[in-house]
Design a protein around this ligand. Structure first.
Ligand code: FES
Length: 108
């Protein structure tokens, strides 16, 4: 069973924004999309930039350094021509205005 870590209030991340948190020693980005909150590994698999500081387009985050895209909901890399790792996704729970993120990644 997953454990969850409280990270912030829902009001701390406006819709269309993202924020990065350290959870059990890992940097994880939390994203506020129109249908809810999502969490993925923050370091870009290409060269380690913070994905949460990138540009959100729909449900894809584009890294600010070389613009590679990753699905915010599924963690899959959107670059078809370049072999690159996907990123882990994490369950997010919202209760009483608090956001909590699972400390373990979802199984793929
Ligand atoms: S560091 Fe993210 S695409 Fe290069």
């Amino acid at each position: 069973m997953s454990e969850f870590q409280l990270v912030c209030k829902t009001t701390d991340i406006p819709e269309g924004a993202s924020k990065c948190f350290e959870i059990m020693g890992k940097m994880i980005g939390v994203y506020h999309l129109p249908d809810g909150f999502y969490a993925i590994d923050d370091p870009c698999p290409h060269a380690g930039a913070s994905l949460a500081r990138g540009c959100i387009e729909g449900d894809v985050i584009h890294c600010r350094i070389h613009y590679w895209g990753f699905g915010i909901k599924d963690g899959l890399c959107r670059e078809q021509e370049i072999p690159v790792d996907n990123v882990n996704t994490y369950e997010v729970r919202v209760e009483n205005g608090d956001i909590a993120v699972s400390t373990t990644p979802r199984q793929r």
